[in-house]
Design a protein around this ligand. Structure first.
Ligand SMILES: NC(=O)c1ccc[n+]([C@@H]2O[C@H](COP(=O)([O-])OP(=O)(O)OC[C@H]3O[C@@H](n4cnc5c(N)ncnc54)[C@H](O)[C@@H]3O)[C@@H](O)[C@H]2O)c1
Length: 246
């Protein structure tokens, strides 16, 4: 049970939360594919995992491109023989008032967060259905409930909720669960790129007044990936210091 000898693909795992998830899944016995479009970052995370006794492979792929996503899954199957777990973590953020937001920023944010997740799901689900087992964890955000200045990001992360619910329904009878981890403010590059006054405001608005840790997200992902977590699908687990209740 657990995730021993399962094979996991984690997108955007060259940095921040994705890297923490890759390390956590490897520590728990999974073979991990460290995906990122930045090859140097992916190689560094994979080599750290291998040096610590884990089993990791770096694969450079842009998750917004079907040919590259397909190539990543084919390479995973060639190297590890299976794909059991998918964590759709790669994301992009371009905050601004909708009145000032260029269309290209909307395309980038929705393309990365939503289309990228959809393409990765599409690429693995045939195998998961054939083996009658799979765990997909989509990283949404507390922000899917709406934040001023985040029309593209909130829309993209809300789209992930719809995607998750639809796939949870479609693949439940094939042993595949599809769930969401929705982080709040986490000590990771995306949140730390916000202006300092915004960071302070966000943390003060939380019931638990401190940033979350990458570990907090990795633990939540591990729960959904476990073979024993077979009766939980279409679930949203907020890891946000209670912010979604406020
Ligand atoms: N940091 C937070 O506080 C926070 C809060 C809520 C949700 N999230 C979500 O968690 C996830 C990770 O956040 P993070 O702070 O670690 O971000 P990050 O910016 O540190 O990491 C994102 C990684 O994704 C990679 N990436 C981007 N586009 C890609 C593409 N098209 N193909 C492949 N890789 C790509 C980047 O190169 C980067 O390594 C994101 O989905 C983000 O929206 C983060």
């Amino acid at each position: 049970m657990g995730i021993v000898q399962k094979t996991a693909i984690i997108t955007g795992a060259g940095n921040g939360i994705g890297a923490g998830i890759a390390v956590k899944l490897a520590q728990n016995g999974a073979n991990v594919v460290v995906n990122d479009r930045n090859e140097a970052d992916a190689l560094k995370v994979a080599s750290d995992i291998n040096a610590a006794g884990g089993k990791a492979l770096a694969i450079k792929a842009d998750i917004m491109r079907w040919d590259e996503v397909k190539g990543m899954v084919d390479e995973t199957l060639r190297s590890f023989g299976t794909v059991d777990l998918l964590v759709n973590n790669a994301g992009a953020l371009r905050d601004n008032s909708i009145l000032k937001m260029p269309e290209k920023d909307f395309d980038l944010v929705v393309g990365t967060c939503l289309k990228g997740s959809w393409l990765c799901c599409k690429a693995v689900l045939g195998y998961m259905r054939a083996q009658q087992f799979g765990r997909i964890v989509n990283i949404s955000s507390r922000a899917w409930l709406g934040n001023p200045g985040q029309s593209s990001y909130s829309a993209a992360k809300a789209g992930i909720v719809g995607l998750t619910y639809a796939l949870a329904l479609e693949f439940a009878r094939h042993g595949v669960t599809v769930n969401i981890v929705a982080p709040g403010f986490i000590e990771a590059p995306m949140a730390r790129r916000l202006p300092p006054e915004t960071q302070e405001k966000v943390i003060n608005a939380q019931p638990i007044k401190r940033p979350g840790r990458v570990q907090d997200i990795a633990n939540a992902v591990l729960y959904f990936c476990d073979e024993e977590t077979s009766y939980v699908t279409g679930q949203i687990l907020y890891v946000d210091g209670g912010r979604h209740v406020v």
